[in-house]
Design a protein around this ligand. Structure first.
Ligand SMILES: [Zn+2]
Length: 207
């Protein structure tokens, strides 16, 4: 499936870590075979972990996710993408969290009513700084809602259900980063792939 360029970008570094996450989940041969199956206009440029330049179109990321789904089926892809997304974002956080003062030790929480929400807001800011991923985080009932308004995973991929599994892994990685990982459960409840206006994750057990 050839995906149209979106004009929105991720940093090369994130893609480097995402490929590492895939390799650690499905092995090097599986990753290479899956990457080779992507039509060349959607292929991601090679790069290094040092490169923070925002130059990878969202369509390169969604093409990788589509290829994983074609190779491994819906349920296989769910687990693979969640795991690779979590690994990639954890590594990205290690190298960039200081940009928004979101290092996990000593992160100032001031008098925020919900320290976890306050911390997640720093992730929203970080994503806006290092990429064109636009998101919001808000309290809803006894949990949080993490909304992605410009999503790299489902761009141009119509589907009957929610498919942003690596983004779910990213949200979970952020919760892990702030020490709440085992206490929260992240579920995608809306997705632009199925016609919703945004991709939305509920984070339960977070407040
Ligand atoms: Zn999405």
């Amino acid at each position: 499936m050839l995906l149209r360029a979106t004009g929105k970008y991720l940093p090369v570094r994130w893609m480097f870590f995402f490929r590492e996450g895939l390799t650690e989940t499905i092995g090097l041969e599986g990753t290479n075979a899956m990457l080779r199956a992507i039509p060349s206009p959607n292929r991601c440029p090679e790069g290094s972990a040092k490169d923070l330049e925002k130059s990878v179109d969202f369509s390169c990321y969604s093409a990788i996710c589509a290829s994983v789904t074609e190779f491994y089926g819906e349920s296989g892809a769910m687990w693979i993408l969640m795991s690779a997304g979590r690994t990639a974002f954890t590594r990205l956080l290690k190298m960039t969290a200081a940009m928004v003062g979101a290092e996990h030790s000593g992160f100032p929480i001031g008098s925020a009513a919900s320290p976890f929400e306050f911390r997640m807001q720093s992730i929203v800011r970080l994503l806006g700084l290092v990429s064109d991923v636009e998101c919001k985080c808000e309290t809803a009932g006894d949990g949080l809602r993490f909304r992605i308004l410009a999503c790299p995973e489902c761009a141009g991929r119509p589907a009957a259900g929610c498919l942003c599994h690596s983004m779910g892994g990213m949200v979970q990685a952020a919760a892990d980063w702030f020490g709440a990982g085992s206490a929260v459960k992240t579920t995608e409840i809306r997705c632009m792939a199925q016609g919703d206006s945004q991709c939305e994750f509920s984070i339960a057990g977070a407040l």
